[in-house]
Every structure is written in structure tokens, then in C-alpha cells.
Design a binder for this molecule. Structure first.
Ligand code: PEP
Ligand code: MG
Length: 756
């Protein structure tokens, strides 16, 4: 038989395979035809397809040239024999003397002892091994690189057949797609406590490729060229954007990215796959599969990052080729999902159905990023900084988010799953024991009363006042309903919402914070320019004062909702007194307007400021004359005090909130408020952590505001604490040189049986 050159043959081969794929025959019959076609094309005596089955077994599914009784009988475990080795290493193997290879495993039922040479490739789907395709020859044949490449391309088509046929049941297929990876537990950082068990859903959905094979490589190359040009254009546009063009790290990253996008080697590999008979998207996917398989084996961090860049680029290129990605939120999701994302904005989290969203795993993240805060408000366990979560977790994997121990279990064994389900049950008991605390006073052992309030942002949160027995809402983040809306809510819509919140609180006080948008809290319908340093940029009261209609409407809505009721309002990010005065003036003019419009008067109006910019702490006397209360926003305050971005994974945990400097700063503010009898509370995330809350009580705070799930643990701590004994540790803070008092405070708690 005449040899067909692999290059031209590859396309012909794929086109013949495509005919088989399009045929009506049963899947097994099609596999039989495929092995026969490949064997004849390769002039090989044997062609075999092994499929990975549940239980990590490679089963011989189809073969030509091997004894027919071995089909569906011969089974190898992952790593066993040459076939098992190809699967476990996810790399091709071409051997002219296969039998002398140390991994060769002889299976008498196959009758393969007469074949000397073997070339095999992994059948990859989404970078994951689902089987092995191999050819064998009687003679000591040396397979060329091109031949191996052709086998790899062919294997992609087979991967599709395995995935889309009924060769394996859906359940088994689902299990198989997860194989090649054993259960793993990865440590990250705790962003919210609690345990969740659910099915993994990627926030960024994968792109579906419907057509893999084409016999028109010229047209496919043109499609690729066009998509590459579009992708380059899009990257150029990013580079030209005003904020990037100025330079800085952002620009460097994009420049490098652009360089990769123009990488001739990468593009040549894609073109090669097109020449071999794949569609443009099939070719990009093939090269991406190869990259991913290499990625899994690479341990060098630098190379892993580079491979990651190529993976990202392939994703972009596929977007240009196939069109935009559908978001999961439009799809039917399972009942219990754990969301996997690199990072996400708070509004994006709110897009998911709250009843099915059980947990969140982030590759990045820090405890004070707003997505973590929202997750806390929703009581969703979150673990952040799980390296390569997106890579390691397949959609549909069972995931356990152990927020308490900052660990994520991927594909846990039944035993681990069972343990967690038991823990969940005992946690439910613990929650029930907190529920028992609900009506008990929040008083220390030395009889000091501590007010506990909630941080809220959704109407549904208001109910938590009743479940937790909280004294009220110490921070209602009004931007959250704005983030949850498709457009700017008008006065009527806002006032209806505020009224319902007030009604549902049963007369307990609520502090409404005016809009704090900007930073990482962007509104989907508001396209404001990107800033280099958004946390310190145009946000919160700065936006409100520059767009007075916004705040005017909000005041109008709050006043309308408060007829005959109490109203407390506070302004975020006040940096200087004049900002407070200007905002207050707008509020007063709205109050006057309401007077002329026959609205019922407000029962009591309290106006406060958030103290979250250090500069304001140096204007306390002037501030205290103006405000009815102060609420410390420690999340922002600490990021500005330490010059440490609250959202940056690298540094957000670098400085401890329990540092002598931070506590000393807070103590001086509390002392000034106490001297002027101005109520002060703290509503940053530290208030909700029992140890931190204990320190805050030690420096004089008597009112804290936190996520609903923290009320129980913090109350338990309060009821086991004697503040008098604690104060000594917190004296002379300015003289303490330790970088944190955490250990000392922990020792205190353990020596005095304080439940932290
Ligand atoms: C804070 O900064 O501590 C705060 C409560 O406000 P936010 O987290 O919403 O910025
Ligand atoms: Mg803040």
C-alpha cells in the first residue's frame, strides 16, 4: 500500500473522519470505522482507542489489528503500561522499540506481542485526558513528528465523539471528565466563615465549539487572521485608553500581553492545525489543549504564568471567533452551586440566584474587598487566594468551601464529604445555640452593655434584625440596591424601598449611608472613567457632591420614606469638614422642600459622618460640633492609614488591624467622642470578628455593626468577657513596638475563658 504523506493525508483523514462523525451509525460502529480509517491512513497494522472510564480505568473501546475478544475486556489503570503512561502524563509517545520500554505491559488477550513500534497520543478535551489513541506497527518504525501531530489532531475529533455520543452514560462521562486529577485540598485565606458544599460553576463560562473539522483551510486561515486582527485591535484599544497610555504597571502588563498575542510561534502552531484540517476555533482549541497539558506539568512559576497568558489569549481569540460568551446566570444552574472566579465585582455576585449560591472560591481577593463584604451579607462562605482555582476546578466538580479553615476541597472523597456534611449539621446546632442567645442581653461579665447592629444592603437583610436580635442596622449600604438595578432607581423606587426597610425593622434604628459608589463598587449602567487608584479616586461623597442631583434624589427619597419615623443618615468618605457642610446643606434644602409639600415631619433626624479617611481624625473638634454620631469605616480607614490597598492580594493582609498604631489611632478617636458625648460605632469588617471586637471594646467602643452571621459569635464573646481586665493590655499603645497585639489578645482570651 502506498504511504500517504502525513501533511496532505491529515486533511484527507480528517475529512473522512468527519463523514463518519456525520453518519447515522451507532457510536461503537463509528469508533470501529474510525480505527480502520486511521490504521489504513497511517499504514499501521494496529489502531486502538482506549477510553477513560470512571474509576480511572482505560478500557480498550475499539481496535483494528488486535484480537477482537480484547475489546471492552482489556483494561489498564492510569499509569499502567505505555497507554497508561500516555494518559497520566498527557503527552504523546512514539517508540520504534516499544517492547523494550520499561513501562511496556504485555496483555496476552490482545495478541500485541508481534508489534514492535507504537505511537500514542492522549485524547484531550478541555486539557483533560479522556482516552488514548494509538497506532502500532510490526516493524521497528520511527514515527515522524508530523505523524504524531496528525494523531493528536485526530484525537480531538475522537474526544468530541466520546463526549457527544452515548458511549459512556452522562453520569460516567461527567465522572470521567474529572479524572486524571485526584481530590485535592488547597489552602487560601478566609474571606467569610462557614462551610458550603456544592457543584462548581465557573463565573466566566467556557466557550462551546460546535465545528471542529473543515476541508477549507484557506477559508479557516482567513477567519483566524481576521479574529487575530480583531483581537490585536482590541488590545491596542486597551493600550490607548487614556488611563493606560500614561504608563505604569497596567501598561507594562498589557504590552507584554500584546507581545504574546503577536507571538509567531503560537500563531504558527494554530495555522499548522488548520492546515491539518481543523476549523480556526478547533485549531485554537487544540493549541490551547496542548498548552494546558504542558501547564499541568510545569512547576516553574514564571513559565506557568506565561502559559497562563497563552491560555487567556486563546480564550480571547475564541471569543472573537465564536462570539461572546454566555454568562451562567442565563443558564439553569444546579440547586447548590459554588462559584469559581479569578475575582469579581460585588454587582456580579448579586447577579446569581441567592438561593442556589452556596459558596465562592476566588483566585484573588482580600477580606475587605466588596465582593467579600457582599458575600458576608449574603452569608456565603468564601475562600480567596486559591491558586489556579480556575485551572484546577472543572465545572461540575464537587467543591467544599471551608471558610472556617480557609481551605477548599476539590472533588473530595466520599469520606471527606461525609465529614463536612456532619460538620454542617453540628454548625447548624451552633447556629441554633446562637439563636438561643438572641434574646439575652449583650452585656459583659462586668455589666457593660454593648450595642450590636447589623451591616445590611438588601431588603432581605432586614429580616436578620429579628433572627439575630440585633439592636438595629448600623450601616445600610444604599449603593447595593443601586448595584442590583438595571438603571438609576428614581426617587419613587428608592423611597418605596427605604420605606419597606423601615417598616420591616419594627422601629429599630437604621443608619442609611448615602451612596458610596466608585472604587470597586461600579454600577453596571454607569460608565465612569477608569482610574489608576479608584479606592482613593472619585467615589462616595466626592461623586455625590459633584453630581448633586444624585444625592438630592436620595435625600428626597429618604425623607419621603421617613414620615412620622426616625431617620439617621451618614455620609461616606468625608475627608474635610467642608464636604460635610456642603452635603448637610443639600439635605437641609430637601428638608425645607419637604416642609412645603405636606409631608409628615420626621420624628427625629440624626446626621453623622463615616470616619474612614485619616485626615478627618485631625479635625475632630470641628466635626464633633456638627455631627450627631460617628461611624468608623475601618476597612477604608486602615487601607489609607497603612497605605495598603484593601483589595490587593499581595498586601491587604500585610498590616494587622490589631497593630498598636491602628488601635492607638482608633482609641484617640473614641476618647474624643466620649469627651463630647458623641455616639461612636465601628462598622468595618473587624467589628464582626470576635477577637478584633474584643480589642475594640478594650479601647472603648460600645457599639459595633457587623454582618448578621457575626452577631452570635460576637455576642458570645461579649458575654464571656470582663472589659476591666482587658484594658491593661491596651494601655500605652504608642510605646508598644510589636507589629501586632493579636497573640497577646489571644492569650488573654484563652487565660480568661473569653469565647473568641
Ligand atoms: C468601611 O470602609 O469600613 C466601610 C464600612 O465601608 P465600605 O466597606 O462599604 O467601604
Ligand atoms: Mg468605606
Amino acid at each position: 500500500m502506498e504511504r500517504i504523506s502525513p501533511m496532505s493525508g491529515s486533511r484527507r483523514l480528517l475529512s473522512r473522519l468527519r463523514d463518519v462523525m456525520a453518519g447515522e451509525e451507532a457510536s461503537q460502529e463509528r469508533l470501529n470505522q474510525i480505527v480502520a480509517i486511521i490504521a489504513s491512513d497511517f499504514v499501521a497494522e494496529v489502531c486502538s482507542i482506549y477510553v477513560l472510564r470512571a474509576g480511572e480505568v482505560l478500557e480498550l473501546f475499539a481496535a483494528t489489528g488486535l484480537a477482537s475478544q480484547s475489546i471492552h475486556k482489556t483494561r489498564l489503570s492510569l499509569g499502567e503500561g505505555l497507554i497508561g503512561r500516555i494518559a497520566i502524563q498527557a503527552t504523546p509517545l512514539a517508540l520504534s522499540e516499544a517492547q523494550s520500554h520499561p513501562d511496556f505491559a504485555y496483555r496476552p488477550e490482545t495478541g500485541e506481542e508481534i508489534y514492535q513500534s507504537l505511537a500514542g497520543v492522549p485524547i484531550l478535551r478541555g486539557g483533560r485526558v479522556t482516552g488514548v489513541l494509538a497506532v502500532q506497527n510490526r516493524t521497528a518504525r520511527s514515527y515522524t513528528e508530523e505523524e504524531v501531530e496528525t494523531l493528536e489532531t485526530t484525537a480531538m475529533v475522537i474526544a468530541e465523539l466520546i463526549a457527544n455520543s452515548k458511549l459512556l452514560s452522562q453520569d460516567e462521562l461527567h465522572e470521567v471528565e474529572k479524572l486524571g486529577l485526584s481530590p485535592i485540598a488547597i489552602d487560601g485565606i478566609r474571606l467569610n466563615r462557614g462551610i458550603a458544599v456544592g457543584e462548581a460553576v465557573h463565573h466566566e463560562n467556557r466557550i462551546q465549539i460546535s465545528k471542529l473539522v473543515s476541508d477549507d483551510p484557506i477559508a479557516e486561515q482567513l477567519r483566524l487572521d481576521q479574529a487575530v486582527a480583531e483581537m490585536h485591535g482590541a488590545i491596542d484599544q486597551l493600550l490607548e485608553a487614556k488611563d493606560v497610555a500614561k504608563g505604569g504597571e497596567h501598561k507594562d502588563i498589557l504590552e507584554t500581553y500584546k507581545m504574546f498575542a503577536e507571538d509567531a510561534g503560537w500563531l504558527a502552531k494554530i495555522s499548522e492545525a488548520i492546515k491539518n484540517g481543523l476549523t480556526a476555533e478547533g485549531a485554537v482549541d487544540k493549541v490551547r489543549n496542548d498548552t494546558r497539558a504542558r501547564f499541568r506539568k510545569q512547576t516553574d512559576r514564571y513559565f506557568r504564568e506565561r502559559l497562563h497568558d497563552f491560555d487567556d489569549l486563546a480564550h480571547r481569540l475564541l471569543q472573537h471567533l465564536v462570539g461572546s460568551i454566555k454568562k451562567h446566570k442565563n443558564l439553569k444552574l444546579s440547586d447548590d452551586i459554588v462559584l469559581i472566579a479569578r475575582n469579581m465585582g460585588p454587582a456580579e455576585l448579586l447577579d446569581y440566584d441567592r438561593s442556589s449560591l452556596k459558596g465562592l472560591v476566588l483566585e484573588e481577593g482580600s477580606s475587605t474587598t466588596h465582593v467579600a463584604i457582599i458575600a458576608r451579607a449574603l452569608d456565603i462562605p468564601v475562600v480567596g487566594r486559591i491558586e489556579e482555582a480556575i485551572e484546577k476546578i472543572e465545572a461540575g466538580d464537587t467543591i467544599i468551601v471551608d471558610g472556617d479553615n480557609a481551605q477548599v476541597h476539590i472533588r473530595p472523597s466520599d469520606k471527606i464529604k461525609e465529614t463536612f456534611i456532619n460538620t454542617l449539621a453540628s454548625q447548624a446546632e451552633r447556629i441554633a445555640s446562637y439563636a438561643a442567645l438572641r434574646d439575652l442581653p449583650s452585656k459583659t461579665k462586668d455589666n457593660i452593655n454593648v450595642e450590636l447592629h447589623l451591616n445590611a444592603g438588601l431588603l432581605a437583610d432586614v429580616q436578620s434584625i429579628h433572627h439575630t436580635g440585633a439592636d438595629g442596622i448600623g450601616l445600610f449600604r444604599t449603593e447595593i440596591p443601586f448595584m442590583n438595578s438595571h438603571n438609576f432607581p428614581d426617587v419613587r423606587r428608592q423611597s418605596r424601598l427605604y420605606e419597606r426597610i423601615m417598616q420591616q425593622s419594627n422601629g429599630k434604628p437604621i443608619i442609611f449611608r448615602t451612596l458610596d459608589v466608585g472604587g470597586d463598587k461600579s454600577l453596571p449602567y454607569w460608565d465612569n472613567a477608569k482610574e489608576e487608584n479608584p479606592a482613593m479616586g472619585w467615589r462616595a461623597i466626592r461623586v455625590s457632591l459633584d453630581s448633586p442631583t444624585l444625592i438630592r434624589n436620595q435625600f428626597r427619597a429618604l425623607i419621603r420614606a421617613s414620615q412620622n419615623r426616625r431617620l439617621s443618615i451618614m455620609f461616606p468618605m468625608i475627608t474635610e469638614i467642608s464636604e460635610f457642610d456642603k452635603t448637610r446643606k443639600i439635605l437641609d434644602s430637601e428638608l425645607e422642600r419637604a416642609n412645603t409639600q405636606n409631608y409628615l415631619p420626621i420624628n427625629s433626624l440624626k446626621v453623622g459622618a463615616m470616619l474612614e479617611v485619616p485626615a478627618l481624625a485631625y479635625q475632630m473638634p470641628a466635626l464633633l460640633k456638627r455631627v450627631d454620631f460617628i461611624s468608623v469605616g475601618s476597612n477604608d480607614l486602615f487601607q489609607f492609614l497603612y497605605a495598603s490597598d484593601r483589595g490587593s492580594p499581595k498586601i491587604s493582609e500585610r498590616f494587622d488591624t490589631l497593630s498598636p498604631a491602628g488601635l492607638s489611632f482608633l482609641k484617640s478617636i473614641v476618647e474624643q467622642c466620649d469627651a463630647s458625648k458623641t455616639p461612636i460605632s465601628l462598622c468595618g469588617e473587624m467589628a464582626g470578628r470576635p477577637l478584633e471586637a474584643m480589642a475594640l471594646l478594650g479601647i472603648g467602643f460600645r457599639k459595633l455593626s457587623m454582618a448578621p452571621s457575626s452577631i452570635g459569635p460576637v455576642k458570645e464573646m461579649i458575654r464571656s468577657l470582663s472589659i476591666n481586665k482587658l484594658q491593661k493590655i491596651l494601655d500605652n499603645l504608642q510605646d508598644i513596638t510589636d507589629n501586632s497585639l493579636r497573640e497577646k489578645l489571644r492569650d488573654f482570651a484563652s487565660n480568661h475563658n473569653v469565647k473568641i
